[in-house]
Design a binder for this molecule. Structure first.
Ligand code: ADP
Ligand code: ZN
Ligand code: MG
Length: 486
């Protein structure tokens, strides 16, 4: 049986406000601050306290909602979602249920299959829970509770089940992450858990329009984990259905080491959250003026930037998509193109998607660590453009420049890398190569035309990689043609 996968995503993004969602405690980096150093009676859930809504969190949440094309509700309600867990001191989480902050948006994603519009069901505000650390020491097991994160504003973004593959789900996740980073409301740092993904996965016979039973994989902390977990679930569910067994609706975890999902909770054990409006919080009323004010603050978003770059610089779709991955990347691109003057934007794009991306990917470095500034890259490109060095030499220089921040001009002078463009010198080298390799020359003359590439390589080697490749090619072609008719 052939199946189709159906995937819906829930994204939890912390809002990078100064203080927590309902109290004045500072939002601190949980990997840096001492445990329980940013807590107060409100976020510790002590009796008799009253929560107060953080206006900045509402503004940030609204910006994300508007960037996703959602309609912001002029009246939404905070509810209590009741369940007990040691990292949730109140015994309930303040969330929004029936009347969320915003609803009905869309997000265009970019995959190898082209573009696709995914519908966003809703976005709502809630508070994060604390953090548990499970310890096993001297035969004892216990858990430590850190409430620094308890009460940090969270925006939950729920999609419709519109994705059909792990690739689409990851593209959606990446697009959401890009948007919150563009808006400056979340650092996008998945390792720190400030943005977290849950994938709901079901399969159905290809052609069917009925939804199958879904499983929900929690706590995916990288796109790699998300991709693998989804593909694992699709296969696991297909094996079950093929064997005539049902898929059970359950909550799963992802075992990173063994690359398998495991059951955390079945439908029978699912919480009954007994949602009800939080009596401590009045309805959240947002005026149309405030909505308009936040809408006016939206920067050029990834999608708009993508379309502008396509048009303005005639980039390929893949190049444009690469450039808009972050605002810094797009700014770097535009600054380099500007500094490079008449050099086509495509050449800047090639450097960025080639050498730069390779350098960044090497050890997961960030753009801010790269010492090749737009001005330095533009100068390197100009050295190639004006034939001072050839492209292979320039590429070799790049990684050295990335670490040292030295300019191409300085390195060329210091290392004597100037390209040999002198025709006489290059011709002499061609003749030397042809003479030194009579067998290959004969094979070439007998019809093995591909050997011209080999000769090219030999000449370049003789020139220690410094000869102008275009000049070698044209002189070599002439010379080989002469030999044919000699
Ligand atoms: P819950 O809190 O029960 O997880 P939500 O409404 O927050 O419910 O999220 C449900 C998510 O699951 C949504 O992203 C939705 O698109 C997705 N979903 C619902 N039904 C299916 C299904 N049959 N297959 C895949 N995804 C589904
Ligand atoms: Zn507090
Ligand atoms: Mg869910």
């Amino acid at each position: 049986m052939e199946y189709e996968a159906v995937i819906g995503l829930e994204v939890h993004a912390e809002m990078a406000t100064n203080s927590k969602m309902f109290c004045a405690c500072l939002v601190v980096d949980s990997t840096q601050a001492a445990p329980n150093s940013a807590v107060c009676p409100v976020c510790c859930g002590l009796p008799g306290v009253l929560p107060v809504v953080n206006r900045q969190a509402v503004a940030y949440g609204m910006r994300v909602a508007l960037a996703l094309g959602c309609t912001v509700a002029e009246r939404s309600i905070f509810d209590r979602k009741n369940y007990f867990y040691p990292d949730l001191p109140k015994g309930y989480q303040i969330s929004q249920f029936e009347f969320p902050l915003a609803e009905k948006g869309t997000l265009t994603i970019h995959t190898s299959q082209g573009e696709k519009v995914v519908r966003v069901t809703r976005t709502h505000l809630e508070e994060d829970a604390g953090k548990l650390t499970h310890v096993e020491k001297n035969g004892e097991t216990y858990s430590l509770v850190d409430l620094n994160r308890a009460g940090v504003p969270l925006l939950e973004i729920v999609s419709e089940p519109d994705m059909r593959s792990a690739e689409e789900a990851c593209a959606y996740g990446e697009a959401i992450r890009a948007i919150v980073r563009y808006l400056g409301v979340n650092s996008g740092d998945m390792q720190k858990g400030v943005i977290r993904f849950e994938a709901n996965i079901s399969i159905r016979p290809l052609g069917s329009t009925k939804l199958g039973t879904r499983t929900e994989v929690k706590n995916l902390n990288s796109f790699r984990a998300m991709e693998r977990a989804i593909n694992y679930e699709i296969k696991r569910q297909a094996v079950l259905l093929d064997a005539g067994q049902p898929v059970l609706q359950e909550t799963l975890g992802w075992d990173e080491t063994n690359e398998v999902t495991f059951s955390q909770r079945s439908k029978e054990e699912a919480h009954d959250y007994r949602y009800f409006p939080d009596p401590d919080l009045p309805p959240l009323v947002i005026s149309p003026e405030w909505i308009a004010e936040e809408a006016a603050k939206l920067p050029e978003l990834p999608r708009q930037k993508y379309q502008r770059l396509l048009e303005q610089y005639q980039l390929s779709e893949d190049d444009a998509y690469f450039m808009v991955s972050t605002q810094e990347m797009a700014d770097y691109f535009e600054a380099t193109v500007k500094a490079a003057g008449k050099i086509p934007a495509k050449i800047t794009a090639n450097w960025m998607t080639g050498e730069m991306a390779a350098w960044l990917n090497q050890d997961g470095k960030s753009l801010s660590e790269l010492k090749v500034t737009p001005a330095i890259l533009a100068e390197l490109m100009q050295q190639v453009e004006s034939s001072v060095i050839n492209l292979p030499t320039a590429k070799k220089l790049y990684s050295e420049m990335a670490e040292s921040g030295k300019s191409a001009k300085d390195l060329i002078a210091a290392q004597g890398l100037q390209q040999i463009s002198d025709e006489g010198a290059i011709l002499a080298m061609i003749n030397e190569v042809l003479e030194a390799n009579p067998t290959e020359l004969q094979s070439f003359l007998d019809g093995k035309e591909t050997l011209s590439n080999w000769f090219f390589g030999q000449v370049m080697r003789l020139a220690k990689g410094k000869a102008n490749p275009g000049t070698i090619r044209s002189l070599l072609e002439t010379r080989l043609n002469e030999r044919k008719t000699e």
